[in-house]
Design a protein around this ligand. Structure first.
Ligand code: ATP
Length: 241
């Protein structure tokens, strides 16, 4: 379980990028984190992952504090950033093996091959990452993240740059992964996907959480897009697309 309690972060003194945000994500949840550009999604995600220092609030994973138990918590989690930075000098396959070795997880050739083939990256695994497109780097990072079987997977805009087939495969994988009891928290601007895929949603506006909970309770008989546009005021939201 992830518990974010009264989390605030300022990059510039006196300006809160995230302001008093509290959010609980239960085991098995598939939770979308949505909001306009600059709302504070990546800031919250990076603090949760223990890679962004913060002063106010607490972030607990399975009851353990990210500030006092960063390594223990990081062992349980995988993070796919919005800009997949992969070591350019490595071959794709070596990057996957390297990540698995960091987590102490044995390399399972069969599992890797099946998922890599589904994502249509298998034939490029012997190539250097420096030759990969953005989408190919994204696929490699996603592959490595799923293959070490983290209890919690945190993805920052995972669908950006993926082709339609990979998007479909990733959605199915995310569903399957959370149905097995794992947790996924991800930011996205693709509201239709979030609505169809997720049991939970959290909406952030200018650093403040303005709605969160079970998808059907948040949207009731509307679409997530309708709720989003109402929260952000149609004009403000459309000018941000
Ligand atoms: N390293 C930084 N230094 C200063 N300000 C920052 C830094 N990173 C983010 N910010 C500011 O914090 C606010 C929240 O940014 P954040 O990246 O968390 O938003 P986001 O919701 O992830 O946006 P997007 O949807 O565009 O990725 C923005 O005003 C942004 O300019």
């Amino acid at each position: 379980m992830i518990e974010i309690k009264n989390f605030s972060k300022s990059y510039v003194k006196g300006v809160k990028a995230v302001d008093d945000l509290s959010l609980t994500i239960e085991d098995g949840d598939l939770c979308a984190f949505v909001g306009l550009n600059g709302a504070g999604k990546s800031t919250t995600i990076k603090a949760l992952m223990g890679i962004l220092p913060f002063e106010d609030g607490e972030i607990l994973v399975d009851g353990k504090n990210i500030k006092s138990n960063p390594v223990e918590i990081k062992k349980m989690m995988a993070y796919v950033p919005d800009n997949p930075e992969v070591y350019a000098f490595m071959k794709g396959i070596d990057y996957i093996k390297f990540i698995l070795s960091i987590y102490g997880v044995p390399f399972n050739e069969g599992e890797m091959e099946a998922f890599a083939k589904e994502l249509e990256i298998y034939n490029a695994l012997g190539d250097l990452v420096s030759s990969y497109s953005h989408g190919m780097k994204q696929k490699i990072v996603l592959l490595a993240a799923f293959l070490h079987h983290p209890k919690i997977l945190v993805l920052d805009e995972p669908f950006v740059g993926l082709d339609p087939k990979a998007t479909h495969i990733l959605k199915e994988k995310m569903k399957e992964y959370t149905q097995a009891g794992n947790t996924i928290f991800f930011s996205t601007h693709v509201l239709e996907v979030a609505e169809k895929l997720c049991n939970k949603v959290a909406i952030i506006k200018q650093g403040k959480l303005v709605a969160s909970g079970a998808m059907e309770e948040v949207i009731k008989d509307h679409s997530l897009e309708d709720v989003f546009l109402e929260i952000f005021d149609e004009k403000e939201a459309l000018s941000n697309e």
